[in-house]
Design a protein around this ligand. Structure first.
Ligand code: ZN
Length: 287
């Protein structure tokens, strides 16, 4: 069984400290022999400064075998490429309120033409930084629409990882309501094809997005293992486990998050996850 360690938001925050945090995660992955896939923001706010502090680091990390893929264009709004899954509303209502306050504006933003412009602009910046083309797309906050898949296909990107499998469990980690600590997946765990031909690889939720609170190590470990167990059961031996994470969340409680994730990786190895691949490798092997 193969797994892909994905990590979001590289490139987005224009300061040296964020780059250091990102590099700490990369060095840790290197020690574990895992090549990560970083969903990178091509056109963040403070564009010039952001590229000034990030470009050299991300190029160097890519040269070491890690993968970078597109994570929206600006990531300025969760609505950049569509509306997030309804089940995320419990823990993060603001994108829904933003949409509902002016739906016509967002419908204009979510046409194939507008989204294709955004994807092409992201690809052009990617080309400039990495001298290559991206092969996978992840929408900010997993906010998608059918026009996004159409635009991706037109841009030649035939893989997306923009759906979270079980946001209910994430809501538990944010809100603390024990009734949310349950397996209630929004989607199947196996990939499917969205018209007109983009394979959607659903991602496990980042259950450590708020870090690992001091007294919650065992609870979060147990939850992650239980969630991943459900996903592995459904995927079977020839599936690809797409593991979701954020470097900034990891660093917020690094002393606890790091050993916790190492225990999770041991669990995965026991369950037969023996090969960590990048998304690019997986897509290239698929073709
Ligand atoms: Zn993001």
């Amino acid at each position: 069984m193969k797994a892909c360690f994905t990590n979001d938001d590289a490139g987005s925050v224009p300061n040296v400290k964020s780059v250091e945090h990102f590099l700490t995660v990369v060095e840790w992955l290197d020690r574990l022999g895992i090549k990560g896939t970083f969903f990178w923001v091509p056109k963040p706010g403070a564009f010039e400064r952001a590229h000034e502090v990030w470009d050299e680091a991300v190029r160097e990390v890519r040269d070491r075998g890690h993968d970078f893929q597109l994570h929206g264009l600006t990531h300025a709004s969760c609505l950049e490429f569509g509306v997030p899954q309804p089940s995320t509303r419990r823990a993060n209502p603001s994108p829904f309120e933003e949409y509902e306050s002016d739906p016509e504006r967002w419908e204009r933003e979510h046409t194939v033409e507008r989204l294709l412009d955004k994807i092409r602009e992201g690809c052009a910046i990617y080309q400039r930084v990495f001298d290559d083309t991206p092969t996978v797309f992840r929408a900010p906050c997993f906010g998608v629409c059918s026009a996004m898949y159409e635009a991706l296909a037109q841009a030649g990107i035939t893989a997306s990882s923009s759906r979270g499998i079980n946001p209910t469990a994430t809501a538990y980690t944010i809100l603390g309501d024990p009734s949310l600590r349950r397996w209630a997946p929004d989607f199947p765990c196996k990939p499917w094809v969205e018209p007109p031909g983009v394979t959607e690889y659903p991602c496990t939720e980042d259950l450590l997005i708020r870090g690992v609170p001091n007294d919650a190590y065992e609870d979060r470990l147990d939850l992650l293992v239980s969630e991943l167990g459900h996903v592995l059961d459904e995927l079977g031996d020839d599936g690809l486990l797409v593991f979701g994470s954020h470097y900034h969340s990891m660093m917020s409680t690094w002393d606890r998050t790091r050993p916790l994730l190492e225990e999770v990786f041991e669990f995965l190895a026991d369950r037969g996850v023996t090969q960590w691949v990048t998304f690019r490798q997986h897509i290239e092997q698929r073709l």
